[in-house]
Design a protein. Structure first.
Length: 307
């Protein structure tokens, strides 16, 4: 507080604010410089951000990760799915690839899903994948939203946005009504502490799926892992994921200084407090050291050895 009182520049104030939000060790919580400031003073922004280096797990030097969504045949028995992002823009790409390769993926007994470097996006992106992984009912723990005047205002703005889909508007309208009736508490739109997802059939292929992860896998990519690992087909390989999932549904809030935006989560998962993931990550079933090269090939080989 004393430091803040004596500041007189945008960049020095940003450093203090970022230091404060970093204290909470929550990657969904941050202060962000406005785009106008970033465009006007790019050198300053680079210099400031160097004071707060991100923890990035780099792969072995011999491995260069493909940075676009792709599906290919790894060998005569194995399909390789490379999923570097779950940003909304990837949904159409993934759905299209699943359609294009529908014959191959229904004939290959083994899949390797390379999730390394996937820092998340939205759960809707991977929804078309889940039926291929399904073997048994999946338990889902929903999230609950903090009801406050500020959160309601932000969600009301989202509701009015012409780019918001019809289904999202329906959900937002329900959520806003629930929050308005329960200011100062958490609300659960699902109305349940947990529920079970059941599908009508189990696909014969793939028979086994190996998901390769590293310490950069975060947020909705970790949501995918929590669902996928409940399947009897699935084994997770690699190292612990990043651990950025306990609090979610980030929104942008105005601050008194217009050059800053506060980015903060407005929901928490019902896994808490008993099963936290933040700063812990999801543990793989089979550990593969990050220095190992040709990890995809290693996963495929190990997958075929599992009885």
């Amino acid at each position: 507080m004393q430091k803040a009182l004596n500041l007189n520049s945008i960049d020095s104030c940003y450093v203090v604010l970022k230091t404060f939000t970093n204290y909470f060790k929550d990657q969904h919580l941050r202060v962000q410089l406005g785009w106008r400031y970033r465009e006007k003073f790019p050198e300053k922004v680079i210099a400031i951000n160097k004071q707060f280096p991100k923890k990035i797990v780099t792969s072995a030097p011999a491995e260069k990760l493909i940075q676009f969504t792709s599906i290919s045949e790894l060998d005569a028995e194995t399909m390789l799915l490379r999923l570097p992002s779950f940003e909304w823009s990837e949904k159409k790409k993934l759905d299209s690839l699943l359609y294009t390769y529908q014959k191959q993926i229904k004939q290959k007994p083994y899949w390797v899903i390379d999730l390394r470097g996937n820092t998340g996006g939205t759960d809707y992106v991977f929804s078309a994948l889940l039926p291929f992984l399904y073997t048994n009912p999946v338990e889902i723990l929903p999230d609950e939203y903090w009801s406050s005047v500020g959160n309601i205002e932000i969600l009301t703005e989202n509701l009015a946005d012409e780019n918001t889909s019809a289904s999202s508007k329906e959900f937002l309208a329900k959520l806003i009504n629930l929050m308005e009736a329960n200011i100062g508490s958490f609300v659960n739109p699902s109305g349940k502490d947990s529920f079970t997802s059941k599908l009508d059939s189990v696909y014969p292929y793939p028979k086994k799926v190996g998901i390769l992860i590293d310490g950069n896998v975060a947020s909705s990519a970790e949501s995918f892992l929590l669902l996928a690992k409940q399947s009897k087909k699935v084994k997770i390989f690699g190292e612990n994921s990043a651990g950025v999932l306990d609090y979610a549904n980030t929104q942008f809030f105005d601050l008194p200084e217009p050059e800053f935006k506060l980015v903060a989560a407005i929901s928490r998962y019902k896994r808490l407090p008993n099963n936290p993931i933040d700063n812990i990550g999801i543990k793989p079933d089979v550990k593969i050291n990050n220095e190992q090269i040709n990890k995809v090939i290693v996963v495929a080989e190990k997958l075929k050895q599992i009885k």
